[in-house]
Write a protein that binds this ligand. Structure first.
Ligand code: ZN
Length: 187
């Protein structure tokens, strides 16, 4: 089921999400809705606060970002991926810049610098524990989504100058002056 996406200015995007006690059928149903919502919006990642839920869970589907010749099963695990109760336990010193967007901040894209690789632990929908070093696009998207669980948005990583430049557009989104070709939850 496709759910409306909460936009910049909504308090739920600034709250710290709470760990899920277990991978229940409810969590599997939530993950299925999140995957439907992400794909319906042509996104590559979605975190629970974006659909108004304060749970530590996010979903990723890199398929749209991978070239036709990229083996999803090679460098990247099978997509989509579901991360329940993720924790970043290590970050590489090397950082890379990459242009990011966010389904909760329509039409704004900016280069964000993040660690090139991170080590992350999480639980999947089968209840299996993972502990992996993520690189490339997966590291990029996973860090963006992980931030959402701590109430952090990609615009927070920009310079004060860049944020000032974007201020008017961000305030307009906060006021509900925003459109997207997917359902939004405004106010
Ligand atoms: Zn986002």
């Amino acid at each position: 089921m496709i759910l409306p996406i909460h936009v910049y200015g909504d308090a739920v995007l600034r709250d710290e999400a709470a760990p899920l006690p277990a991978v229940s059928d409810d969590v599997r149903a939530l993950a299925a809705d999140m995957i439907d919502t992400m794909r319906g919006a042509d996104g590559v990642g979605l975190a629970a606060p974006q659909i108004g839920r304060g749970d530590r869970i996010f979903v990723v589907d890199l398929t749209p970002m991978l070239g036709k010749n990229d083996e999803v099963a090679g460098d990247y695990p099978a997509q989509p991926m579901v991360f329940v109760n993720p924790e970043i336990t290590w970050e590489s010193e090397e950082e890379t810049g990459f242009e990011e967007g966010c389904l909760s901040i329509p039409d704004i894209r900016e280069v964000v610098y993040r660690p090139e690789r991170v080590r992350m632990t999480w639980t999947d929908l089968d209840g299996k524990a993972h502990d992996d070093v993520l690189g490339g696009l997966l590291a990029r998207v996973a860090q963006h989504e992980y931030d959402h669980l701590d109430g952090v948005l990609f615009t927070d990583h920009l310079s004060a100058f860049k944020r000032k430049m974007l201020g008017r557009r961000l305030r307009a989104i906060s006021r509900g002056e925003v459109e997207a070709d997917y359902p939004l939850h405004i106010g």
